[in-house]
Structures are given as structure tokens and as C-alpha cells.
Design a protein around this ligand. Structure first.
Ligand SMILES: Cc1cc2nc3c(=O)[nH]c(=O)nc-3n(C[C@H](O)[C@H](O)[C@H](O)COP(=O)(O)OP(=O)(O)OC[C@H]3O[C@@H](n4cnc5c(N)ncnc54)[C@H](O)[C@@H]3O)c2cc1C
Length: 389
């Protein structure tokens, strides 16, 4: 059994780390204090993403992406996840279902999205539909060969910088016909209703959108009527692994800061790391990070090596659940070790503490991940989790 990471991948990870440290970290405090970055800075970051070859790492080279394997993406996402203010989001990942689009959709949406000329955002959630997307009320009514979209979407991440949305709607209001539509934001009837603020500082926004009888022709349907869930399944796997890798990076950064502080900080005439209470927290953090890293790397590697799709889903849930909850525990301890300094917004650990809370909510809450894992155990036994093969 060879667990060695190829040298080229180690170097790629080191490059991603340098990008995070030299391009993203310098923006963190201004972003935190002002709540947003100036447009010129956002443009600079966008160009830097391209210059560093970090655009569309999840898409094939033939479409303008970087063609990285899932494992390679994981290494990059771990490093970018160290940045606060969700600055990792400046490196765009065009949605996986676009790959399954028609030739024209690939030309008009996927390729320019990989190149940074367009950007999409995914809109499934609504006021009444979160964990249970069958409750979606957004409908696409078919009349004379065209579709008319009506409804509202919440929490559309990066919806402010997107120029099109991938909207999950029910054709003719039928929950058995969940379907994806490519909706250009400039179309008549599309508008932003509200742009709420959230616990984390996020480099972009999560606006709410309203669709009022937006006219779409058949060419804007991604996949077929009723394929909405099938098309998003693989996207969820990728997004869950990305979250897990980001959480890993965030935890490592917090642990490194706490570890350095524990050596430097003297109280009662000794470095605080000499108190067993502090030393034990560091030990627990290190072990939890090691466990999460082992899971994340393993499942990413398995996907690249053709793991059965059902097992991929089963394990991606476990990886997302454990890594996001591990990050909560680890960063909380790091903050505690830093004392009052850890509570200051100028400290990355304070920001990471808020940033990673959403990772237990989006892309399936912790409860939904547990329900998926519990369902898998019921169906297949403990094998997918406790057997190695
Ligand atoms: C910052 C942010 C960004 C987001 N970005 C996007 C985006 O880009 N696109 C998008 O479509 N959505 C997005 N979301 C929405 C996100 O995916 C949902 O918030 C999430 O799926 C949970 O849905 P909900 O908030 O409606 O909670 P609910 O589904 O109402 O759940 C409330 C509580 O009940 C629990 N619960 C629900 N069902 C069950 C069950 N069966 N068993 C046990 N417990 C259950 C949940 O775990 C949770 O604790 C975003 C959310 C946030 C906060």
C-alpha cells in the first residue's frame, strides 16, 4: 500500500499555498473591516487566479479548465481554505452539470465560465425548501414550446458576481419534474429582492432572486425534464469534498497559529504550552486534523481510482460531516488557546471560527449527512464505512 503523494502534486500544493499566503491573506483584514473588497481588488484577484492557473480546476482542459483530478483539487482546496472571508471563492469552479449540457450550452456557458468571462451561481434553496428540495415552489410552466419561470430563490452564493444562474424548478409545478434551467440575469423578469448579511464575511454575496414570468426557450434547459436531481448529484459530491478540504485547511491554519502562540505566550512564568490543559488541546487538535486529512485524501484518491458511484456518495457525506464538525471543535480550541486575542476580528482564528460555521449547514446540513449515512448503513450494512475495500 503506497500512500506517497507524487512530487508534482506536492509542488502544486506548495504553489496553492503561496497563492493563498501572498495573494489572498493580504486582503483579509480590509475585507473583514469593510465587509467587501473594492471592484479593482476583485478584478486583480480574478486575474491572479488565471495567472496562477487556479481557474476552473474542476473542469477539463478541453473546456478551458485545469483538468485536475479530484485528489489534486483537494490539495489545492486545502490550501485556499486557509484564507478567511471565504476568499477561496475567488477561484471559480463552474458547476459540474454544465459538462452534461448540449454543445451550444458548453460553448456559451461552460467554456466562458472556465475562462473567467462568465460566472454562474446555483439556485436551489427557497424560503420553504432547504433540506427538502421537493418543496421547491419555483415553477417553469410550459406553453407553446417555451417555459415561463416564476418563483424566488434564497442564499444564491456569489449571485452578485454571477451573470447567469442555474435554477432548480419544477416543470408545470410538478415535484416529480425537477429540472435545471440556465437563466441569464439580464433577462426581463429576473431581479434581486434582497442581499442579506450573514455570520461570516464572504468575499461576494448571497442574494435572494425573484423570477417573474421569465421566458426561456428549450435551449436553456440543462439536461431533460425531471433530471434536476440526477444532474446535481455529482456536483454535491464535489462540493462536499471541497468543503471538507477547505475545513481541513482552516483547521490547520488555526492550529498553527495556536501552537505558535502557546510557545510565545508566557503566564505564571512559563509558556502556556507547559500547562497540560493547553498541551492536551493541541494534542486533540492535531489528532483530529490527522483523522480528517486521512479521510479526505483517501476518498478523493478513491474517486480518482473509479470507486463505485454509490460508495462515493456514501463516503463523501461522511467526509463532509466529520471535517466540518472537526473544524468547529478544532478552531474553537485554537481560539481558547489564544485567549482574548482569539476573540479579536483582526485575528485569523476569530474569522475562521465564524467562517466555518456554515460548513455544517450548506450542501446538506450535518443532520442530513447523518441521515444519508444512517440510510446507507441500513441498506448496505457498516461496510462502506468500516471495510477498507
Ligand atoms: C451562507 C449560505 C449560502 C448558501 N448558498 C446556497 C446556494 O448557493 N444555493 C442554494 O441553493 N442554497 C444555498 N444555501 C442553502 C443551504 O443549502 C440550506 O440552508 C441548507 O440546505 C439547509 O436548509 P434550510 O436552511 O432551509 O434548513 P432546514 O432544511 O429548514 O433545516 C432546519 C433544521 O432542521 C434540520 N432538518 C431538516 N430536515 C431534517 C431531517 N430529515 N432530519 C433531521 N434534521 C433535519 C436541519 O438539519 C436543520 O438543523 C446556502 C445557505 C447559507 C447559509
Amino acid at each position: 500500500m503506497d500512500l506517497t503523494i507524487p512530487q508534482a502534486d506536492i509542488e502544486r500544493k506548495a504553489r496553492a499555498r503561496r497563492f493563498a499566503e501572498t495573494v489572498l491573506f493580504p486582503q483579509e483584514v480590509a475585507l473583514e473591516l469593510n465587509g467587501r473588497l473594492p471592484d479593482a481588488t476583485k478584478a486583480m484577484l480574478k486575474q491572479a487566479v488565471i495567472d496562477h492557473g487556479l481557474n476552473a480546476i474542476n473542469q477539463a482542459k478541453e473546456h478551458g479548465g485545469q483538468g485536475l483530478s479530484i485528489f489534486q483539487q483537494t490539495l489545492v482546496n486545502e490550501e485556499l481554505g486557509k484564507a478567511t472571508g471565504a476568499l477561496w471563492a475567488v477561484a471559480w469552479h463552474p458547476a459540474i452539470p454544465l459538462r452534461l449540457g448540449t454543445k451550444e450550452q458548453i460553448r456559451d456557458y461552460l467554456v466562458p465560465s472556465c475562462q473567467g468571462r462568465r460566472r454562474g451561481a446555483f439556485a436551489i434553496s427557497e424560503s420553504g425548501a432547504g433540506s427538502d428540495p421537493r418543496r421547491v415552489q419555483t415553477r417553469a410552466d410550459r406553453r407553446r414550446g417555451r417555459y415561463y419561470l416564476t418563483g424566488e430563490k434564497w442564499y444564491v452564493t456569489s449571485g452578485d458576481v454571477a451573470d447567469y444562474l442555474i435554477v432548480h424548478a419544477h416543470v408545470d409545478g410538478d415535484p416529480d419534474k425537477p429540472t435545471l434551467f440556465l437563466v441569464d440575469k439580464v433577462l426581463p423578469g429576473v431581479r434581486v429582492k434582497r442581499t442579506p448579511k450573514f455570520m461570516h464575511t464572504y468575499v461576494f454575496e448571497h442574494p435572494e432572486f425573484v423570477f417573474e414570468n421569465v421566458e426561456l426557450d428549450e435551449s436553456k434547459m440543462l439536461g431533460k425534464v425531471g433530471q434536476g436531481f440526477d444532474l446535481t448529484k455529482d456536483w454535491f459530491v464535489e462540493a462536499r469534498l471541497q468543503i471538507a478540504a477547505n475545513c481541513l485547511g482552516a483547521s490547520i491554519r488555526a492550529a498553527e497559529i495556536a501552537n505558535a502562540h502557546a510557545t510565545e505566550r508566557v503566564q505564571f512564568d512559563r509558556p502556556i504550552r507547559d500547562f497540560q490543559a493547553i498541551e492536551f488541546m493541541l494534542a486533540d487538535m492535531a489528532v483530529e486534523i490527522m483523522a480528517a486529512k486521512s479521510m479526505v485524501y483517501r476518498v478523493a484518491w478513491e474517486i480518482d481510482h473509479g470507486l463505485d458511484r454509490k460508495l462515493v456518495h456514501a463516503r463523501a457525506s461522511a467526509v463532509k460531516l466529520y471535517s466540518s464538525e472537526m473544524a468547529g471543535r478544532t478552531i474553537d480550541k485554537a481560539l481558547q488557546i489564544l485567549g482574548g486575542r482569539g476573540y479579536m476580528r483582526e485575528n485569523p482564528v476569530e474569522r475562521l471560527y465564524r467562517d466555518i460555521r456554515v460548513d455544517r449547514i450548506w450542501e446538506g446540513t450535518s443532520e442530513i449527512q447523518r441521515a444519508i449515512i444512517g440510510g446507507q448503513i441500513k441498506k448496505r450494512g457498516l461496510g462502506p464505512y468500516v471495510d477498507w475495500a
